[in-house]
Design a protein. Sequence first.
Lengths: 503, 581
Amino acid sequence: MKLPQAQVAVLEAASADEQRTIDRIAEAADLKPEAATRAAFELDDAGLLEVTERTTSDVELTEEAERYVEAGLPELRLYEAAVDAGADEDPVQMGQVIGASGLAGDAVDIALSNYARKGYGEIDSGEISADPEADPDADEEATALDALAEGAGAYARETALEDLDNRGLIEQTETVVRSVTLTDDGVTELMAGIETAETVGQVTSEMLTSGEWESVEFAEYNVEADAERVVPGRKHALREMAERVTDALVGMGFQEMQGPHVDADFWINDCLFMPQDHPARNHWDRFALDTPESIDELPTGLADAVESAHREGVGPDGEGYHSPWDLDFAKALALRGHTTSLTARHLSGEAMGDLEPPQRFFSIEKAYRNDTLDATHLLEFFQIEGWVMAEDLSVRDLMGTFTEFYEQFGITDIEFKPHYNPYTEPSFELFGRHPETGEMIEIGNSGIFRPEMLDPLGVDCDVMAWGLALERLFMLATGAEDIRDVHGTLVDLEFLREEEVTY
Amino acid sequence: MPTVEIDPDELRYLTGHDEKDDAELKEDLFGLGLEFEGETDDGEFELEFAPDRLDRLSVEGVARSLRYHYGDDRGVYVPSTNDAEWTIRVADVPEDRPYVTGAIVRGLDMDDAALDSLIQLQEKLHATMGRQRAKGAIGVHDLTMLKGETLKDDDDSAKSITYTGVDADEETMVPLEGDQELTLREVLEVHHIGQEYADLVADYASMPAIYDEIGLFSFPPVVNGRRTEVSADSRDLFIEMTGTDQWTVDRMLNIVCYALDARGGKVEEVDVEYTDDAPVTPDAGRELIRPDLVTKEKTVAHGDIETMLGVDLDERDVVDLIERAGMDAEPTETDDGTAAYRVEVPPYRVDVLHPVDLIDDVGRAYGFNELEPRYPDVSTVGGRHERSRLEDAVRDRLVGQGFEDLLNFHLIDEEQNYERLNVSQGSDAVGGGEAVTIEQPYSEDFTMVRSWALPSIMMVLENNTHRAYPQDLAEVGFSAHVDERENTNVAERRTVAAALCHAGASYEDAKAALRALVDGFDKDLETPATEHPTFISGRTASVVIDGEDVGVIGEVHPEVIVEHDIELPVAAFEFDLDALR
């Protein structure tokens, strides 16, 4: 029989009569413990060796215990002093005994409580008596403590160890010790003689350059054995989903927008024809800033045009809101509640100059909501926002675009439920069929921007838009149930490591 | 979204469609945009509504819409009204609540269901158009309990009540659900409805109050008096609404009048007279006759309808669809000779602001889901923003170097952002920028926008000490701090942050990672020694890329590591993404 060198060494170091620990084997075989362990398991697989595992507890003395090893357990010192004072015949005043024992501070309390517990005597109304029958030399805890100090703790009694543990005198840790014995097959093979196979494990540089590789045999590995688990670098699971959506949209001709997270309410709401007394703009739902409070400048003319749209409407038959409109409120800063503020900045020409139709734009950027966290809602989420600017867009174009988009994610049978948004008309909530469960689920909100929004921004063609939370798409696609595990500082690294790759 | 509760039996009764079962009703309601959310304990439908069609906040309005939907009704309907006998005189009312409107409805045959519906309509109107009663508040009273002041000696049918402002400590009333006479201040302080709405009048110079000859019977927008409380036996109702805007209260009143008309009531006009003592005069003048059930007219072009819906329609179809939406349409031509319609819109439609709203109604009547989707024949070139390409390239690079990519919250609190990393706010150290803070945070964990990303990474390390190491984490993300040079007074920064946490993680490891990253972008990297309170002195350097100081690198100080309950060394760096451009 031929075996690799490490296995032969382990086999030869092992005995059929005696369990030997891996550490001992490794030393004898001149191997690293890991290599010896690996060889032992391979031999175990081959039936030549038996590996047994034993859990041993390792006991260490605490600092307090070390002191007692030197000076003796406090209760024993107390007993000695009590007997010296004659307390084995008649109760003696406690102060006297304690003074004589040399105990002080915490040690006095420790001595007293253990004294009574272990039956060395009694303490009653300030007097101490000692049981003449008690034998301090037979104290199990003291014996165990001494044994531990000498490194012979294995022979200490279990109950004594428990008591010491309870007193905080020892710390116990568990370790697994592997030992090996030769099996009958192993003995037989050894008797028959085992050659060291000229096998090589690692292919080395020297072996390659010297040509030695031509004359060696390669050790067989257990190719089915489990490999070590490594943690690879990877992109965040939600980011992967964002990339996937980005790819889809870029492929459909959409160009990406970016812009400020902290913005004036003007860009977040006023430009979207949201009346200033709209419930979503009250101080609770707005994510208003304390510092800083407001933007310095709004584009000249645009603020007037927006105010006029709010007050008077646009067009000969238009009407405005019967709501207050205040420039200071428009200039107040907030964390954007939706990324439609970016759309407003782009449509107005503020972001990258005036845009001529046709245009398609998108963003997958953070929006913020001032609310409480739960399993499906965070204070910050990624909003997928997209819009198309062209002459004479119809509801059918809107439907066609979104049907195409959602089909790329396996969501079909899109339905368009007429809906209301202050800044779009017509407006639709989008429903689609879940690829796995088959349920109809809400998948977004869409519409054609109102003239009261577009006219002040200087846009004189049609713009249709839609929005959707990336987290919602992620949860639909992955089945994740608690978004807090995924996004944010409460993230569970294990979740991110194990989450299936999105492509 | 808000919900409205509708009794399906009432709905069958008011639509005249007894044969419809619950399932059919639900489907028809969905068609109107009223989504079935569930059922109440009493078997009423809970319907989610979009807050535009406020005329559908009660079963009467929903039934009206359904009848149009079924084709039972067509065109505009306006209830006829009787002439006014009663006058509301507006005296020196508080300037904060100067407007009032009113109507009388007689001959109602109310029952508990009708009363419940009226109460719900009031509540929902308060919640929506009324902006929680701040903008408009409704009071409904049993008319028989009111004694108007006689206006003319020879005609005792002409009666008046007065809306005025009074001193909170001098006037008294017995409020609804109360049993003793209280001053208005006591109402605000001890009565449960008073307490709920006390904030609304806290800054008023005087308290709004409505009087008849007997005394104060309404304390808008807070609570009505008990004397005029409406019951299922009430037949004649007096409705008043006060608010900050005449248009708003008038439109709220219209919706209530239409609902009561559907219950068989006869609407009677009320004169509203703004006296010389009134602080403001409505645009419409001092003397108003209310309710203002006048239709409005808007012109919509035929071509605009066809373009928006993407289908060809003939004139008859359009007129038919408009009538089925509860409006009237008269074909006409615009000034430039194109085909159009003059559309008459009923006075409960508070949502119609622009002709585009009429096109939406045509589409709904046509059935949007009947339209065939088509991919628009518009060609554009797609592409990513340069910065997002850069972010992505850096992320790819870091992942290739073995980092796990993170996506942390941008919101954090001061303790996590500064204190736990030993950084002082307002200092020059990386991360020390002045905090962008939230005015009214819900949670004390999220009170500011993070000024750097390393604190977030430290939190992730702290929350994952039970997970396998190495934990080499990186984030290409967002941070912000106050900067008065910016228009928004906020400097928004994209930042690259990374931390290596494993046995033996050292400055050298972090530098090697940073070196590999920066080399990939063909930039010069220098790391002159510096001090930073988060890192160990003597093992900290500035990140200088192409000669510019853009960040910091070092071994995190044990004090910071232990503060985060981490038991392994951490080496980290953070710098501006733009340095790699």
